[in-house]
Design a protein around this ligand. Structure first.
Ligand code: GLY
Length: 381
C-alpha cells in the first residue's frame, strides 16, 4: 500500500483504534492508522478493569449485553494479540472483590448483587471473615463484601503495545499526526493530516476518544456527542506477597476507590472523575483522596513505593454508552464515547467495526449504540 491511499483510515491509535485497524487488516483491507502518538490517550491512565458486574449501574442495563459480549471475547482476543503481536497483554483472570465500608454500603452491595443475579450475572456476598480470608491485607473491621469471580483485568499499556505490534504485523501503516476527515459532496474521500498531506480512503473511522468531537469536521457533519471526563490514577508498588490477589473495589465515605494489582506488584489505584474540559494536569486533591481512601481499605499501601500519577480523559457520552456505527455521511464511521468501559469494549468494538467496514452491514450487537440515536432524540424532542 502506498502512503496517500488506503481502504480504511482510522483516526486515533489508542487501544480501540489500534484494535479496529488490526481487525480490518486481518480482513484483507489496506489500513492507515493516524495518531499523533503524544501519550494523551485514556489507555495510558486506565487501570484495565474488565468489570461488567462491579461497573454495573442501574440505569445502564442496555450496555450490559455489549459489556458481556466483549468480556466473553477477551481471553481469546488477548491471546491472539499476544501471539500475533509477540508481546504480553497482562490479561489476568483474578476476579474482583468489592468491600463494604459500613452497614449502608453492605446493604447497597446486597441490592447490587440481587440486581446482578436477576440479570444472570454470577456473584456472591462475603462476610467480613470471608473477605479477610480471601484478602488478608484488607482493613480490619470491614463488615463484608461482594465477590465477582468473572470481573477480571488487563494491563492497557501492555495491551496497547501488543495491539500496535499485531496491527503492524498485519500490514497497518502508521501515520504520526493529527488529522481531519475530508468530504467530497456528501461522502468521505479520506483525511488530511496536520502538514496538509491528503490520504484518500473510502472509509474513515473516528476512534479518537475524548477528542473525537474536535476533529474539525465540516459543518454539514454532526460531530459525535462526546465530552472529556477527567480521571486520575496512581501507580504504586508493593512486594508481590503483600499485594492483593483480586481487584479490590469499594466506596469510602461516598468516594469510590479501586486497586488493580498486576502480577509484578504494581498496583493501579483509581480513579477520580471530574468535568474539567481538556485539562490533563494532575490535581493534588485527587492524589490525596485516592491515597487516603486506598490506604483506608488496604493499610499496607502506606508502605508502597509511589511510582506515578497519570491523568486521562474518559470519552463520556450523553447516556454513558458508546457511539459505534455509521455517522450519517457515507464512509464515515464513529467508534467513540466508550466512557468508563473503553478497555473492556475494545474487542467487541473492533470486531463490529471491522464487520461493518468489510460487509456494509451493521452487526446486531451494536444496533442500540448507533450514533444516530442522539440525532433522533433531538428530532423527536
Ligand atoms: N472504568 C473505571 C473508570 O472509569 O474509572
Amino acid at each position: 500500500m502506498a502512503t496517500g491511499s488506503c481502504d480504511v483510515a482510522v483516526v486515533g491509535g489508542g487501544v480501540i483504534g489500534s484494535a479496529i485497524a488490526w481487525r480490518c487488516a486481518q480482513r484483507g483491507l489496506a489500513v492507515c492508522l493516524v495518531d499523533p502518538d503524544d501519550g494523551r490517550g485514556a489507555w495510558r491512565t486506565a487501570a484495565g478493569m474488565l468489570a461488567p458486574v462491579t461497573e454495573l449501574h442501574y440505569t445502564e442495563t442496555p450496555l450490559l449485553s455489549l459489556n458481556l459480549a466483549s468480556l466473553a471475547r477477551y481471553r481469546d482476543f488477548a491471546a491472539e494479540a499476544q501471539d500475533l503481536g509477540g508481546l504480553p497483554t497482562g490479561y489476568r483472570e483474578c476476579g474482583t472483590v468489592t468491600v463494604a465500608w459500613d452497614g449502608a454500603d453492605l446493604a447497597a452491595l446486597q441490592d447490587l448483587q440481587a440486581f446482578a443475579t436477576g440479570l444472570g450475572l454470577r456473584s456472591r456476598m462475603l462476610t467480613g471473615r470471608e473477605l479477610r480470608a480471601l484478602e488478608p491485607g484488607l482493613a480490619a473491621g470491614l463488615p463484608g463484601g461482594l465477590l465477582a469471580e468473572d470481573d477480571h483485568q488487563v494491563d492497557p499499556r501492555l495491551l496497547h503495545a501488543a495491539l500496535r505490534a499485531a496491527a503492524a504485523n498485519a500490514g497497518v501503516e502508521r501515520i504520526r499526526s493529527t488529522a481531519r476527515p475530508a468530504l467530497s459532496g456528501d461522502r468521505v474521500r479520506g483525511l488530511v493530516t496536520a502538514d496538509g498531506t491528503a490520504v484518500s480512503a473510502p472509509v474513515v473511522v473516528i476512534a479518537a476518544g475524548a477528542w473525537s468531537a474536535h476533529l474539525d469536521l465540516p459543518e454539514t457533519v454532526a460531530s459525535p456527542r462526546v465530552r472529556p471526563v477527567k480521571g486520575q490514577t496512581l501507580r504504586l508498588r508493593l512486594p508481590v506477597a503483600s499485594a492483593p490477589e483480586h481487584v479490590v473495589r469499594g466506596t469510602v465515605k461516598g468516594s469510590p476507590i479501586y486497586l488493580v494489582p498486576r502480577a509484578d506488584g504494581e498496583i493501579v489505584v483509581g480513579a477520580s472523575s471530574e468535568e474539567a474540559g481538556f485539562d490533563q494536569r494532575p490535581r493534588a486533591g485527587a492524589v490525596y483522596e485516592l491515597l487516603r481512601d486506598a490506604q483506608s481499605v488496604f493499610p499496607e499501601l502506606g508502605e508502597a513505593v509511589f511510582a506515578e500519577v497519570s491523568t486521562g480523559l474518559r470519552p463520556g457520552s450523553p447516556d454513558n454508552a458508546p457511539l459505534i456505527g455509521p455517522a450519517g455521511v457515507e464512509g464515515l464511521v464513529y467508534a467513540c464515547g466508550h466512557y468508563r468501559n473503553g478497555v473492556l469494549l475494545t474487542p467487541v468494538t473492533a470486531d463490529a467495526v471491522a464487520e461493518l467496514v468489510a460487509t456494509g452491514t451493521v452487526p446486531e450487537l451494536i444496533a442500540p449504540f448507533l450514533p444516530a440515536r442522539f440525532d433522533e432524540a433531538v428530532a423527536t424532542g
